[in-house]
Design a protein around this ligand. Structure first.
Ligand code: NAP
Length: 273
C-alpha cells in the first residue's frame, strides 16, 4: 500500500503479546533507515514481545519514511538526531526524559563510512575518512550509552550490531573493520564500567544482510554467495534471526551476560579455511 504523499508504505498496526519477554519495558532504537534496516527488524520483534519503543532518524528527508514505521508499533517518540552531533544527542535524550522517567534498553544499529573507503586498499584510507567511520560507527555507542545511563534507573541492557570484519580481514570492509574492532572493544569497556549500575552491554555480530548500509560495501553480492557456499548452515542469516538474538540480550533471559559478542552468522566465523 502507498501513502497519498508518495511511495511510503502504510503499515498495518502490529499486535503485541501481553506477556512477552519485554512486557513493561521501554527502550530507544537508533538506526532505522527503512523497512530493510536491521534496527527495524529488531524493533518489530521487540514491540511484539511487549516493549514500548522510541526512535530517532538522522536527517529531515528520512522523517517521511520513519514516521509510518514508528506508528505501526505505536511509538510515542520519534525525533531527528544526527549521532555525529553531541548537541543533537543531548536534545534527543532530554526530550526523551520529559516523556519517560526511565528506560530499560538501547539498540544501537548505526554505522557509516565514505564509499571510497569501502573499496580498494585499506592503506589508502584518509585521516578524515578514518575519523568519520570511527566516530559514527564506534564512538556513538559510548555517546548514547552515557546519555542513556541516567534514565536506566532500574538497570538496563544495551546492544549494538557488529560484523566479523572486526576480527579478520574481509575484502573491501577496510576502515569499517577497524571501526567495528573499536566498537567491540568499547562494548567490553562499557560493560566493565556499567556492571555496577546493573547495565549490561553486548553486541550481536551479524552475517551479511542486504540493507542500505551493506550496499555501500564493494562486492557485497560476492560476500553473500561465499557465505551461502561455505557457512556451516549453508545459507545466509535472516534479519529475524539477528533480531531474535538482540531480543535475547535485551531480555532477562540474558541477565548474566555482559561484554559479549554473539555471532549470528550461520556459523561462518568458526571456519579457519
Ligand atoms: P541501514 O539500514 O543502512 O542502517 C544504518 C543506520 O545507521 C541508518 O539508519 C543510518 O541512517 C544510520 N546512521 C548513519 N550515520 C548516522 C549518524 N551520523 N547519525 C545517526 N544515524 C546514522 O543498514 P544496516 O545494515 O541495518 O546497519 C545497522 C547496523 O548493523 C550497522 O552498525 C551495521 O554495520 C551493522 N551490520 C550490518 C550487517 C549487514 O550485512 N547489513 C552485518 C553486520 C552488522 P541514514 O540512512 O540516515 O544514514
Amino acid at each position: 500500500m502507498t501513502s497519498p504523499e508518495g511511495n511510503t508504505k502504510v503499515l498495518e498496526k502490529r499486535t503485541q503479546k501481553k506477556d512477552g519477554l519485554l512486557a513493561g519495558k521501554r527502550g530507544i532504537v537508533f538506526g532505522v533507515a527503512n523497512d530493510h534496516s536491521l534496527a527495524w527488524h529488531c524493533a518489530k520483534m521487540l514491540y511484539d514481545e511487549g516493549a514500548e519503543l522510541a526512535f530517532t532518524y538522522q536527517g529531515e528527508n528520512l522523517e517521511r519514511r520513519i514516521k509510518p514505521l514508528a506508528e505501526s508499533v505505536n511509538s510515542p517518540f520519534v525525533d531527528m538526531c544526527d549521532l555525529g552531533n553531541d548537541e543533537q544527542i543531548d536534545k534527543s535524550f532530554s526530550k526523551l526524559a520529559e516523556k519517560w522517567e526511565t528506560i530499560d534498553f538501547v539498540v544501537h544499529a548505526v554505522a557509516f563510512a565514505n564509499r571510497e573507503d569501502l573499496e580498494g586498499r585499506f592503506v589508502d584510507t584518509s585521516r578524515d575518512g578514518f575519523k568519520l567511520a570511527l566516530d559514527v560507527s564506534a564512538y556513538t555507542l559510548t555517546a548514547v550509552t552515557r546519555r542513556a545511563l541516567p534514565l536506566m534507573k532500574n538497570g538496563g541492557s544495551i546492544v549494538t550490531l557488529t560484523y566479523y570484519g572486526a576480527e579478520k580481514v574481509v575484502p573491501n570492509y577496510n576502515v569499517m573493520g577497524v571501526a567495528k574492532a573499536a566498537l567491540e572493544a568499547s562494548v567490553q569497556y562499557l560493560a566493565a564500567d556499567l556492571g555496577q549500575d546493573k547495565v549490561r552491554v553486548n553486541a550481536v555480530s551479524a552475517g551479511p544482510v542486504k540493507t542500505l548500509a551493506a550496499k555501500g560495501i564493494s562486492g557485497f553480492g560476492e560476500m553473500l554467495k561465499l557465505v551461502e557456499a561455505k557457512a556451516p548452515l549453508r545459507r545466509n542469516v535472516q534479519q529475524d534471526e539477528v533480531a531474535k538474538s538482540v531480543l535475547y540480550l535485551l531480555s532477562d533471559l540474558a541477565s548474566g551476560v555482559t561484554g559479549e559478542v554473539i555471532h549470528v552468522d550461520c556459523g561462518y566465523s568458526i571456519l579457519g579455511m
